[in-house]
Design a binder for this molecule. Sequence first.
Ligand code: IP8
Length: 262
Amino acid sequence: MIILKLGGSALTIKDADKPTIDDVNLERIAEEVSCYNQDMIIVHGAGSFGHIHAKEYAIGETITDDKDKSNKIKGMSLTQASVQLLNYKVISKLHEKNVPAIGMKPSSFIVNKNKRIDECDTNLIRQYLDDGFVPVLYGDAVLDKNDEIKYSILSGDQIITYLAKDLKADRVILSSDVDGIYTDNPKTNPDAKLIDIVTKDTLLTTTTNDNQADVTGGMAGKINELLELADYGIESQIINAQKEGNIKLAVSGKAVKGTIIK
Ligand code: IP8
């Protein structure tokens, strides 16, 4: 079974000031995904859907008073609706390509505690998977058992780590808008070099949030999640979804330029 993360930066125009799909990429990525016909779970990021509302309403930050709580409730409902809309667009495109995708709304069965998954019943996912469906989950805004925050953001990367362990994934592939992990931010430093293999001993300077609109920590958040997975014995690979053919090669188990986290 493979878990494929479709990065929000590949599916949407991430820097847009309103939720905007990258139609060309979505079309191509769905086509590439359709070439794989074995067990697969897809988890997508939020991109310009989700992060904008989550940031505006400071979801996951301490609730200061009743007015702030009402405001965050509004933010929660807007954030959830926004990422659900993106999910609908992703699964609709997959249906056009004959992929039996079903959207599964993480906030309806996952509860966080201090911003980490605390409750998640994976039985339904397992049943759909066993019947040949392709479950499609996504980064979402969820309830949090910490009473000071009450709500928090659950990144697609955290969902991947959890599902990979729980459902014993054979492979985890994460697609992003860069080739993998670099010695520095490749978008701002042309001398940044791609790192082929990252382990927990690799010294990384890419530890800051490389995108201010990203409430879940950009590449740094991703690396931490994947190192945790590696600790558990599951290797993952980051590849560039902007490059035509990469997803198709990666899901088919063929070599692709990128970074392996082990
Ligand atoms: O794009 C974030 O998920 P990610 C989810 O996978 C929200 O980090 C709601 C911003």
